[in-house]
Ligand binder design. Structure first.
Ligand SMILES: [Fe+2]
Length: 147
């Protein structure tokens, strides 16, 4: 649990006439009260962009095979990821994400996370219905950016 997360809500100072259109909430407070792990707790949807904050603890109960790139933003604490080739299961990397770290998990891997204590993670992915097929057919690279 997150016993040390303040539960206060943000102050909203809307201009007259906009009182019913401005909303805010304390995401950290909301996540700190989440009673599930390894499952998106909140999901904002803007066109094909899915932003899914979650809380994690102990071991992800499955090894997740990606069909698209997943961006991870480690919001608090730490998650240790075992990354494998999606097809063969050959170990590829071990990634230790600490608060503030950002990683892009490629579309051609499978991975399993271990969170030594309860942590907060934001998962961001492209929900376009063609993305998985385009990856399978090799028409787009399995990684999101070239440096
Ligand atoms: Fe995944």
């Amino acid at each position: 649990m997150f016993a040390d997360v303040p539960q206060d809500e943000p102050w909203i100072g809307a201009e007259p006439g906009f009182e019913g259109e401005i909303h805010a909430f304390n995401l950290f407070a909301y996540l700190s009260r989440s009673d599930v792990t390894w499952n998106p707790s909140v999901c904002s949807v803007v066109k094909d962009s899915l932003l899914c904050p979650t809380t994690e603890e102990h071991t992800l109960p499955i090894t997740h095979g990606n069909d698209r790139v997943e961006w991870f933003i480690q919001v608090s604490d730490e998650i240790i990821w075992a990354i494998e080739d999606k097809v063969t299961g050959r170990p590829l990397a071990r990634v230790v994400m600490k608060a503030g770290d950002v990683a892009a998990m490629p579309a051609d891997i499978r991975h399993r996370g271990y969170s030594p204590k309860r942590s907060m993670l934001i998962v961001w992915e492209n929900n376009d219905h063609q993305v998985a097929r385009l990856h399978q057919e090799g028409k787009i690279p399995p990684y999101p950016v070239e440096f």
